[in-house]
Design a protein around this ligand. Sequence first.
Ligand code: 5GP
Length: 180
Amino acid sequence: MRVLISQEELERRVAELAAEIDRDYAESDRLIAVGVLKGSVFFMVDLLKRLTVPVSIDFFQTASYGASTSPGEVRIRKDIDLPIRGKDVLLIEDIVDTGYTLRTILDLLRFRGARSVKLCALLDKAPAREVEVAIAYKGFEIEPLFVVGYGLDFDERYRNLPYIAVLDAGDSAAAVPSPS
Ligand code: 5GP
């Protein structure tokens, strides 16, 4: 296992994202942060602790049916509890890979009448994208490697690592802070 993004880099970037979000939602009194379980939890907590604007929280949990049966079809395993009509929703996700999960959730949130919906994703595996997803707040762009830590698991392990690591290390791996 090889560290791809250190704890210090994560803390620095999360603080930058939080400052940006705080500025952008300064006038909003109806912000709801919606996390996608379970991977986004560590990122979401660190991010939201740094906000000064009022914010409610809620969660989705999704599952895919499996690429062999239903490619790109996403199942909502747990829905949010709060009503979101007229609210500003900030969707918080650990990683955007093919984009199917986020595409499905973003469409659903808009369909339900949110006033605004923006996506905040810690990691962006852009080369793996199959459907387009606009990421308003992005932590890092990474190569299409399988990563764990800081919420991300392999078979429910490694979520509590305080850094992002590559399980199957490759020499060309790199992560750069996303220009914002
Ligand atoms: P997408 O629908 O964009 O293909 O998949 C997003 C979800 O796939 C993420 O929320 C995450 O659960 C999982 N995922 C994608 N890439 C990785 C990865 O490199 N490591 C881990 N642990 N999960 C990943």
